[in-house]
Design a binder for this molecule. Structure first.
Ligand code: NAD
Ligand code: UDP
Length: 310
């Protein structure tokens, strides 16, 4: 039976990936230190005999026999990764070294969950994999951006130096059920504010853009990438781009909230635009997102309606 390790498996994306792989009859080992992940995300998987939960921090080495590794462990929301920036950097850099060493020991395939943040505040739009990015190395987002860039380097070097079977996916803004309530990212913030009829907080003037991908689409892309012959990096995201102001209006409309929109200061180094060019994913993985924003948001709103205390 194939044994797959998912680091960060109790987090938002990781929990969906665990569920999806278990449904395929695979033995899933979910590793997490519960920094931003939660037991409730994987609670219903615990009784499954093919599921194992390991509480562990990837900055410490670990020895588990595995055939494949999905390395997702890393806080992903700006408030969470900025909370302890040195720890964030260690998670990306020391964490991936530990996972690459593990992959080497058991001759396992390894997929690194990288990010659109490697493009920084991009000067090329939409972002293509061949673009090297525009990243501030000393700003408040650098612990995450540079940590993920360094992880990409390490993955590429283990591939070149030791012939490891590696994959890199660059994930663009993804949303869906199991996002943490205190996550601080725009999707969860706006939905929770709307459901509570509290002010919807746009940072800056709301003209910055993002492109939102529903989590099921992303997970499908992960699996196609792991099963492919290529190393990447490959962008995974939904190219449907909108301004944050339009996004706030959409949430207002879908939740039928009484909330009003308010404007707050823009955090430093906040990227002005972001949209994936997914030509490569379409060509090499035969992958593209299938779930439109309204369908995805309705599922997410429904999730938060049942989980938040109003
Ligand atoms: P998340 O915060 O919900 O999940 C991250 C998980 O990693 C959590 O369960 C957390 O407890 C765990 N973790 C953090 N540090 C760890 C450590 N040192 N050891 C073990 N576990 C640790 O975030 P997410 O949105 O599910 O993101 C998952 C991955 O995808 C991250 O690597 C993130 O950088 C990447 N990503 C996500 C997005 C997105 O839009 N959601 C975009 C780009 C990249
Ligand atoms: N944002 C916002 N209000 C919020 C949270 C975020 O206007 O309550 C903005 C944020 O400044 C950024 C965009 O929404 O321009 C996406 O932010 P998020 O933290 O979700 O992810 P990012 O893509 O910046 O990592």
């Amino acid at each position: 039976m194939k044994r797959i390790l998912i680091t960060g498996g109790a987090g938002f994306i990781g929990s969906h990936l665990c569920k999806r792989l278990l449904n395929e009859g695979i033995f899933v080992i979910c590793l997490d230190n519960f920094f931003t992940g939660r037991k409730r995300n994987i609670e219903n998987l615990l009784p499954n005999p093919n599921f194992e939960l390991v509480e562990h921090d990837i900055i410490e080495p670990i020895d588990i026999r595995v055939d494949e590794i999905y390395n997702l462990a890393c806080p992903a929301s700006p408030p969470h990764y900025q909370y302890d920036p040195i720890k964030t950097m260690k998670t990306s850099v020391i964490g991936i070294i530990n996972m690459l060493e593990l992959a080497e020991k058991y001759n396992a395939k390894i997929l690194q969950a990288s990010t659109s943040e490697v493009y920084g505040d991009p000067l090329v739009h939409p972002q293509v994999e061949t673009y090297w990015g525009n990243v501030n190395p000393i700003g408040i987002r650098s612990c995450y951006d540079e940590g993920k860039r360094c992880a990409e380097t390490l993955v590429s070097d283990y591939h070149r130096q030791f012939g490891l079977d590696t994959k890199i996916v660059r994930i663009f803004n993804t949303y869906g059920p199991n996002m943490a309530q205190d996550d601080g990212r725009v999707v969860s913030n706006f939905i929770i504010q709307a459901l509570k009829n509290e002010d919807i907080t746009i940072y800056g003037d709301g003209t910055q853009t993002r492109s939102f991908c529903y989590v099921d689409d992303l997970v499908e892309g992960f699996i196609k990438m792991m099963n492919s012959e290529i190393t990447g990096p490959v962008n995974l995201g939904n190219p449907s781009e909108r301004t944050i102001e339009d996004f706030a209006k959409l949430i207002t409309e879908l939740t039928k909230t009484k909330s009003k929109i308010v404007y707050k200061p823009l955090p430093s180094d906040d990227p002005t635009k972001r949209r994936p060019d997914i030509t490569l994913a379409k060509k090499v993985l035969n992958w593209q997102p299938e779930i439109d924003i309204k369908t995805g948001l309705e599922k997410t709103i429904e999730y938060f309606r049942h989980t938040i205390k109003i």
